[in-house]
Design a protein around this ligand. Structure first.
Ligand code: ZN
Length: 264
């Protein structure tokens, strides 16, 4: 019944809306129906608008990648965010930095554009009364949240890649990956514990996933060192299970940050 929708190509990039996206739409529509059909339709419309912003974020990665000769195969929107599948390619730290930063920068531009029109008519009373905010103001808040959340220096967020790229300016590639993964582990563990102690289960789930992604990065770099050293011995994976490939990204494939974001 529910199908992944193919929208066509934009500048050579295939665009998809994953079938699970409709589950989110149906869930939101039904959960908001109690407040009236108009409210439910408005909520769904707002979610579509948010996902247009997520889509534009992915285009930010895709088009900046093109400046450095990296092609994007496709962009798919999931309920938890967007994924841009980009050509695996060895990149300079500068290229990696620009490509990772251009996604969040799109959200910053959108937020700034909304703020510019909003500021022209806002008063202190309307600005501090959240209940009085209209859809544009909510969209401003969403884009600021997308910008900030994506800049968290934790894998698989854009901030993790930005940190890795910056470290590569100063230390060897392997060291940069290891340090950025360890910083990501510490931060995700910290945020996860904060969520645990404040009973915010969504935070616990999100940062637990991030902790494992950071651990997988560490595992991959240890594996590569082990193979390069010719020892032939595979390190024990951090999750304690059998060795396996979680999908490499070192060449430049961007499995995007919004993978783990909850839409609010
Ligand atoms: Zn991104």
């Amino acid at each position: 019944m529910l199908k992944t929708i193919y929208f066509g190509k934009l500048s050579g990039i295939d665009l998809y809306l994953h079938w699970t996206f409709w589950l989110l739409i149906i869930y939101l529509f039904l959960s908001e129906l109690g407040r009236g059909v108009g409210h439910a339709v408005a909520t769904v419309g707002f979610v579509f608008t948010v996902f247009i912003c997520v889509f534009l974020h992915e285009l930010g990665h895709a088009f900046s990648g093109r400046w450095f000769g990296v092609q994007t195969h496709d962009i798919t929107l999931y309920p938890i965010g967007g994924v841009a599948r980009m050509q695996a390619k060895e990149l300079t730290p500068f290229a990696e930095l620009v490509i990772a930063a251009c996604g969040p920068l799109v959200n910053l531009v959108i937020a700034t554009a909304i703020a510019a029109t909003w500021m022209a008519k806002v008063t202190w009373e309307t600005a501090t009364d959240i209940g009085a905010l209209g859809p544009w103001e909510h969209l401003f808040i969403v884009n600021v949240a997308l910008f900030c959340f994506n800049l968290l220096p934790v894998y698989p967020m854009d901030g993790g890649r930005i940190l890795r790229a910056i470290l590569k300016f100063f230390v060897a590639k392997d060291v940069a990956i290891e340090w950025s993964a360890r910083i990501g582990q510490v931060l995700s563990a910290g945020f996860g514990l904060y969520g645990l102690f404040t009973f915010q289960i969504s935070l616990v789930i999100i940062f637990t996933i991030m902790f494992f992604v950071c651990s997988a990065e560490l595992f991959q770099i240890r594996l590569r060192r082990s193979m390069a050293a010719g020892t032939g011995s595979w390190p024990q994976p951090p999750w304690g299970g059998p060795n396996g490939d979680l999908g490499g990204d070192q060449g430049g494939e961007v499995i995007d940050a919004e993978d783990f974001r909850q839409v609010r």
